[in-house]
Design a binder for this molecule. Structure first.
Ligand code: MLC
Ligand code: AMP
Length: 468
């Protein structure tokens, strides 16, 4: 059973905990979740796909859990989604209804609210392992975000492999405040907890103060979260009783690793993954935690490093290659996008990550960077430069636009847009936030007379990223 801790027979026999999930100030016991989510399942059973506006709330927990019980694919939509992105996700995914929180605009689809106090004890058979649990939307270097169908058996394999690497057990209390529409917060944080059976606290936002008072044993964060905690002595000190502090979704800077270790007495665990593959590489609770390195492949995962000719490069800790991964957690292809799938997935199952890395003689992996400047990681969110450029070009005051990620102490990379036109920067930032998700908005817009281009007319992004 995917959500093993919610086995109705075991819960009825007394495998109950009063605070299985604590979210938005509401505590849900295991039987609240089984009864409430099964009631949701009864209302959506038979639907193929439903969209869930994934705010961090009890409604979202019951909506997604209900879909998983009924075998209905859930399409989590970013809580801060804008108009163009919402239309794209609904159209591309073929979602037939909204379940849970109501969006500003339902785009003509029916809305099914979640009734927090409704209960059902109907028993559903476990859906097949190869069926699609979730479709998560993620950005690429070009075009609109792509749907990544995530299989139930991939989720189960990933959580089990992480449980082994991190010695994650029902005795843990997991804390995070990350979004519930990406792998990190949703698949690992929420579904991981419901599979393993540990207590789960969602802090709403991932602030140092909220992490400090949550008294967890296991904390998840993106590097921006850890860097803010490392700058807050008292919050960091409050985490010193935890068992593991886990960082992922973007590179954890070595100074943040070291400062966090000094303040908490705990060397963080770093792990690496992607929406398409779930988490594939991690340092281990019982192994070496080396700053700047993301660890060893999880059980069942193979990795390889290729040079430009497709030959494997030596594992000497120095030779850089393109990282590919293979295993039971890797997806089968993008929704409706065989062309994009063929670019990243080989017929024998290797996923081309787009990251460049080195591997040392012990099998430790270090991510060195990305192949494309057009894929930006900001605060742990993956944002395609072209997606933001297209949004900007939809504004009447913009004639040309080029978007780059520039290094940022807080966000890792900060989105900066160079625009030729006559709009005000603030107006353009708000315009993007309203069209896409707010986290995709440029933090800065610089109005320029012309963009640097090569003889072919292509914008020189590497040069732009260095303009200051
Ligand atoms: C500010 N806001 C605006 C705005 N300016 N909204 C609209 N228009 C504007 N012009 C609002 C925001 O919506 C938000 O509202 C608030 O101001 C603060 O927003 P922010 O400035 O964007 O937040 P910030 O503090 O910068 O966020 C940092 C962060 C966030 C770390 C909290 O980046 C984050 O949650 N990152 C997690 C990303 C993640 O989970 N990635 C995992 C991908 S899976 P409000 O109301 O929201 O406060 C993956 C696989 C793997 O990568 O390996 O894990
Ligand atoms: P996403 O699809 O949002 O999951 O983004 C996946 C990408 O995040 C990967 O291809 C990497 O570029 C990046 N990433 C995730 N974890 C790490 C990490 N620990 N170190 C460096 N990059 C990471």
């Amino acid at each position: 059973m995917l959500l093993a801790s919610l086995n109705p027979a075991a819960v009825a026999r007394g495998a109950e905990i009063a605070d299985a999930v604590d979210i938005d100030g509401v505590r849900l016991s295991r039987s609240d979740i089984v009864g409430g989510a099964t009631s949701v399942a009864e209302r959506v059973a038979g639907a193929e796909r439903v969209a869930v506006l994934a705010t961090p709330s009890p409604a979202t927990v019951l909506a997604i859990t209900g879909c998983l019980i009924a075998g209905v694919t859930a399409v989590p939509v970013p809580a801060d989604v804008g108009a163009a992105e919402r239309v794209h996700i609904l159209k591309d995914s073929g979602a037939r209804a909204w379940l849970g929180e109501k969006p500003d605009d339902t785009e003509g689809l029916p809305h099914i609210p979640v009734r927090l106090h409704a209960r059902s004890w109907h028993r559903y058979p476990e859906p097949p392992g190869d069926s699609t649990a979730l479709i998560l939307y993620t950005s690429g270097t070009t075009g609109a975000p792509k749907g990544v169908p995530i299989r139930r058996d991939a989720i189960a394999a990933d959580i089990d492999a992480l449980a082994e690497a991190w010695q994650w057990t029902p005795e843990d209390k997991l804390v995070h405040g990350l979004p519930l529409y990406h792998v990190h917060g949703l698949v690992l944080g929420l579904l991981g907890s419901l599979r393993i059976g540990n207590r789960f606290v969602h802090t709403g936002r991932p602030t140092p103060e909220a992490y400090a008072v949550a008294a967890g044993t296991l904390y998840f964060g993106v590097p921006t979260v850890w860097s803010r905690i490392a700058a807050d002595n008292s919050a960091a000190g409050a985490l010193s009783g935890a068992r593991l502090l886990v960082s992922g979704s973007a590179p954890l800077p070595v100074p943040v690793f070291e400062r966090l270790s000094d303040l908490t007495g705990i060397r963080p665990i770093e792990r690496y993954g992607a929406t398409e593959t779930l988490i594939t590489i991690s340092t281990r609770a019982d192994g070496e935690r080396r700053p700047g390195w993301v660890g060893l492949p999880l059980t069942g995962i193979e990795t390889r490093l290729l040079d430009d000719d497709g030959s494997e490069v030596p594992h000497d800790g120095e030779t850089i290659g393109r990282l590919e991964v293979r295993g039971p957690t890797v997806f089968d292809g993008y929704l409706n996008r065989p062309d994009a799938t063929a670019e990243v997935l080989s017929p024998d199952g290797w996923y081309h990550t787009g990251d460049v890395a080195v591997i040392d003689a012990d099998g430790m992996h270090r991510i060195v960077g990305r192949e494309s400047v057009d894929l930006i990681k900001t605060g742990g969110f993956r944002v395609g430069a072209q997606e933001v450029e297209t949004a900007l070009l939809g504004h009447p005051g913009v004639r040309e636009a080029a978007v780059v990620g520039v290094p940022d102490d807080d966000l890792g990379q900060r989105i900066v847009a160079y625009v030729v036109g006559d709009a005000r920067p603030e107006e353009l930032i708000d315009f993007v936030a309203q069209q896409l998700s707010a986290h995709k908005r440029p933090r800065e817009v610089r109005i320029v007379d012309a963009l640097p281009r090569n003889a072919m007319g292509k914008v020189l992004k590497k040069e732009l990223a260095q303009w200051d």
